[in-house]
Design a protein around this ligand. Structure first.
Ligand code: FE2
Length: 316
């Protein structure tokens, strides 16, 4: 068993491999149970730990590995995630049901809502024929580059925060990466209950055609400061500007600064270029498990061909 090796041409950030790689064999749950503190140390310095070569033959084995990690789950049912997902075990679900040719661009999980997980587990049950990597980007490094290159802009994100607008369909739309219905997203059965939940969270809303619901968040952080002082670009700007397009949503109007002012698409192009240059593509092998720190690392999904099944689980 090799702890924390560097066989995958990982990035080196401040002397640490990104992602950190653990290769081994045998039961992953047992490994995690006896090495949790070292895993957490690596997660803190790298932002991602990839477990490769262990025996993780099924979603149930993945579920046991998560159980061995021993931290509380963050339930998809209670979250305000926009992605359509299907549960496989109570804490394991399909990562996103969007079609294979749809790219899911870099984001921090659920940073567009007031409720987000601190960590994510991914499990590759079936590696795709081609494509389908999970792009990973260190958000603290991106923020550092942005501060160097555009101190004005990074300051604006930090002081003003963001408001997100999103239109949710009446029933799930599987053709969209953000097609979760308002009933499922809010966990409600009718309009009155939807309005109560939104009011409690400080959202604005409007009912639009086809019984769809357009909501706008209260002002949320665009930049967060980690306990050690590093700043991270904790938001959904990149994913939204590149890809939140479906028949209900126009990416250029989805997000404004917290004061309602528009975000210049040229500025976003610059940030997207920076993030592309910092991205590491995690190419999945069947049986891989990855643990991501949702505050340090953004993730996405490359388009793919063939069958691909990557499952996810969230830690609160
Ligand atoms: Fe995600």
């Amino acid at each position: 068993m090799t702890l924390f090796s560097t066989d995958l041409s990982q990035q080196q950030i401040d002397g640490h491999a990104f992602p950190a790689l653990v290769t081994g064999r045998g039961d992953l749950a047992a490994f995690i149970r006896s090495n949790k503190s070292e895993i957490d140390r690596q997660l803190a310095v790298s932002g991602t730990v990839l477990f490769r070569g262990f025996a993780v033959p099924s979603p149930q084995a993945f579920d046991q590995a998560i159980g061995a990690y021993g931290e509380d789950g963050f339930s998809y049912a209670e979250s305000l995630s926009n992605a359509v997902r299907v549960n496989v075990t109570p804490r394991v679900f399909t990562a996103n049901e969007a079609p294979p040719d749809v790219s899911i661009f870099l984001h921090h999980e659920m940073a567009q809502t007031p409720l987000y997980p601190s960590k994510l587990f991914f499990y590759c049950e079936i590696a795709p024929g081609s494509g389908g990597a999970t792009p990973l980007c260190r958000s603290d490094v991106l923020m550092e580059k942005l501060q160097q290159r555009r101190p004005d802009l990074s300051q604006r994100f930090e002081t003003l925060g963001l408001r997100y607008t999103h239109t949710m369909p009446d029933s799930p739309d599987r053709d969209s990466g953000q097609g979760r219905s308002w009933r499922d997203t809010l966990g409600v059965a009718d309009r009155a209950a939807a309005e109560t939940r939104l009011r409690d969270m400080g959202y604005d809303w409007t009912w639009v055609d086809d019984d769809a619901l357009r909501v706008r968040t209260p002002v949320l952080d665009a930049v967060k400061t980690l306990p050690d002082g590093r700043k991270v670009f904790f938001n959904q700007l990149i994913a939204a500007f590149r890809g939140w397009q479906d028949k209900r949503n126009d990416p250029s109007k989805s997000i404004t600064f917290g004061d309602g002012s528009m975000i210049d698409p040229h500025d976003m192009t610059e940030i997207i270029e920076l993030s592309d240059a910092l991205t590491y593509d995690l190419s999945w092998q069947t049986g891989d498990v990855a643990l991501l720190d949702n505050f340090q690392v953004m993730h996405g999904r490359r388009p793919f061909k063939g069958k691909r099944r990557v499952l996810a689980s969230l830690i609160s």
